[in-house]
Design a protein around this ligand. Structure first.
Ligand code: SF4
Length: 454
C-alpha cells in the first residue's frame, strides 16, 4: 500500500506494452483464429494500430465494445453478441478471447459467460473458444503472449492423444522471418514439427486478389489437439516463469519431455537449439547449417577490429535482450546496460550466464523499468549505439546523436519489421553486418576528412 510517506515513481514511457496485445499476437499465430478483446473499443483500436504499423499487414481484432452501462452491470451480453458477430463476419475456427483492464477490474467471469454462451447457442456451429486472462496493469505484453500460448495448450490439447513424431517448438515472440527460418532449419534436419504460435504467414502475407477475412497460415487445429503426442517440446526463452511455461505444462500434464532454452540468437544460442534438435532426433547438424555457422564465425573474426570495445545499450523484452547480450558478447562489443520493462526475476541470472567467461564486465541489468530510468542510467555509461525497438528513437537521435539499430517490436518508423532477422546463424550474420556497417557509416559521417577505404 502506498501512503504519503512512501516514495512513488510514476511510469514515464513504459518499456513494455499492453498484456492483451501480446495475447492477440499469439492468437494470430493459430490457424483460422480471430482474437476478441473483452473490453472497451479503444483497447482494440490501439492494439490494431500498433500491430499493423509494425507488420504492415491487415490485422483485425474484434472487441466486445463495453460502454459505461456494462462497466457497472457487467459485459456478459456484449461478449456474447461480439462472438456472434465475429462468427457471422469471419467464420473462424477458433476465437481467442483476451480480457482487458476494464473487464478484469469489474470482475467479469469470462469462463462462466462462455459456458452460458455454449448452452444458449448450442444449435449453432460454435468455433473453439480459447479464453485468457490478461489484466494489463499487472503484466507485460510478453506475459500476455506466453499466457495465451499456455492457455491454448491447456484448452485445446487432447488429454490422451496418439503419439506422433512431430517435435513441438515454441519459438517465443520473434519475427515472422525468424519463425520461417526455424521451420527451414527443421526441414534441413528432416524433422517434422509443430510450431506454436506460427506467425510466419499470418503476419507476413502475400498479395491476394480476394481479401482473406482470416489470413491463412498458423498452427493447425489438428496440431493443437495432438500437442500431447509430441516426442519433445522445445521452448525458446530464458525468462519465461514456470507458471507461464507451456513446455512445463505439457511435461507435467501430458508427459511431453520439455527442453527449455534461450532464444537462438548468436552462435551459442543457435548452437544450443541445434544440439537439442540433434539429441532428440539422433541426426547430425545438416551441412547447410554447418556452412552458415562457419560463415558466421568468419564474419565475427572480420568484424572484431571494428566492434571491439564499442559500448551498447540494449532494451526490449527480457528474452530478446538476453539473447542480444549473449550475441554481442561473442562479437567484442561491450553491452553496458540491458534493460526491460518485464520483471520475471530471471533476466539478471540469464545475462550473467550468457556473459560468463566472455566479457570483462557483466552489463548493468535493469528489470521493470521505463525509458526515464533507462536514460538516467545510460547517460552515465555513454553507449556508442543502441539496440532496441523504435521507442528510443528520440533519445538516440536527439539527445545523444548515436545510432539506433532497430530490432524486436514495435518498429514503427521503418519498413520491413516482419523480416528483421534475429534467429539462427543467418540472423546473427545479418545483425552483425547491420551493426558494423552502421558504426562505420557513423564514423565516416563524423570524420573531418573524407575517406573511402578502410
Ligand atoms: S493497458 Fe488496459 S486499458 Fe490500455 S489498451 Fe491495454 S487493456 Fe486497454
Amino acid at each position: 500500500m502506498l501512503d504519503a510517506a512512501t516514495p512513488y515513481v510514476s511510469t514515464t514511457n513504459a518499456c513494455k506494452l499492453c498484456t492483451p496485445l501480446g495475447a492477440c499476437i499469439a492468437f494470430k499465430g493459430l490457424e483460422g483464429c480471430m482474437p476478441i478483446l473483452h473490453g472497451s473499443q479503444g483497447c482494440a483500436t490501439y492494439m490494431r494500430r500498433y500491430i499493423i504499423s509494425h507488420f504492415r499487414e491487415p490485422v483485425d481484432i474484434a472487441s466486445s465494445a463495453l460502454g459505461e452501462d456494462q462497466a457497472i452491470y457487467g459485459g456478459g451480453p456484449n461478449l456474447m453478441q461480439g462472438i456472434i458477430n465475429v462468427m457471422d463476419k469471419y467464420n473462424p475456427d477458433i476465437i481467442g478471447i483476451a480480457s482487458t483492464c476494464l473487464t478484469e477490474t469489474i470482475g467479469d467471469d469470462v469462463p462462466m459467460i462462455l459456458s452460458g454462451f455454449k448452452k444458449e447457442f448450442a444449435h449453432l456451429k460454435i468455433p473453439e473458444l480459447i479464453h485468457v486472462s490478461t489484466p494489463s496493469y499487472s503484466g507485460t505484453h510478453m506475459e500476455g503472449f506466453h499466457r495465451a500460448i499456455r492457455q491454448t495448450a491447456i484448452q485445446m490439447a487432447e488429454p490422451d492423444p496418439l503419439p506422433h513424431s512431430k517435435i513441438t517448438v515454441l519459438p517465443g515472440f520473434v519475427s515472422p522471418w525468424d519463425v520461417r527460418h526455424l521451420k527451414g532449419v527443421m526441414r534441413d534436419f528432416d524433422i517434422p514439427g509443430i510450431i506454436l504460435p506460427d506467425i510466419s504467414e499470418t503476419l507476413e502475407g502475400t498479395i491476394q486478389e480476394d481479401i482473406e477475412m482470416v489470413p491463412s497460415g498458423g498452427t493447425s487445429m489438428q496440431d493443437l489437439k495432438s500437442l500431447g503426442g509430441s516426442p519433445a517440446c522445445i521452448e525458446l526463452g530464458n525468462c519465461i516463469k514456470n507458471d507461464l511455461s507451456t513446455a512445463g505444462w505439457l511435461e507435467k500434464n501430458l508427459n511431453v519431455p520439455a527442453h527449455r532454452l534461450g532464444l537462438p540468437i548468436g552462435l551459442r544460442g543457435m548452437d544450443a537449439f541445434m544440439q537439442t534438435l540433434s539429441r532428440i532426433s539422433g541426426k547430425d547438424m545438416p551441412r547447410e547449417q554447418m556452412l552458415e555457422r562457419g560463415r558466421l564465425v568468419d564474419a565475427y573474426v572480420d568484424a572484431h577490429k571494428y566492434l571491439f570495445g564499442k559500448k551498447c545499450l540494449i532494451y526490449g523484452e527480457e528474452d530478446l535482450v538476453t539473447g542480444l547480450v549473449s550475441f554481442l558478447a561473442e562479437t567484442g562489443v561491450q553491452p553496458v546496460l540491458a534493460a526491460s520493462g518485464g520483471r520475471s526475476g530471471l533476466m539478471q541470472k540469464s545475462i550473467e550466464q550468457a556473459c560468463d567467461g566472455m566479457l570483462p564486465q557483466t552489463p548493468s541489468v535493469l528489470s521493470g523499468v521505463d525509458f526515464y530510468q533507462i536514460v538516467e542510467e545510460a547517460e552515465k555509461l555513454e553507449p556508442d549505439f543502441i539496440l532496441g525497438n523504435s521507442k528510443a528513437y528520440r533519445i538516440a537521435a536527439g539527445k545523444w546523436d548515436i545510432p539506433l539499430i532497430r530490432v524486436g517490436f514495435p518498429v514503427h518508423d521503418r519498413m520491413g519489421a516482419g523480416r528483421i532477422r534475429h534467429a539462427g546463424y543467418e540472423g546473427a550474420y545479418d545483425l552483425l553486418m547491420r551493426i558494423v556497417n552502421t558504426l562505420l557509416e557513423k564514423r565516416q559521417e563524423d570524420a573531418d576528412l573524407g575517406w573511402g577505404y578502410m
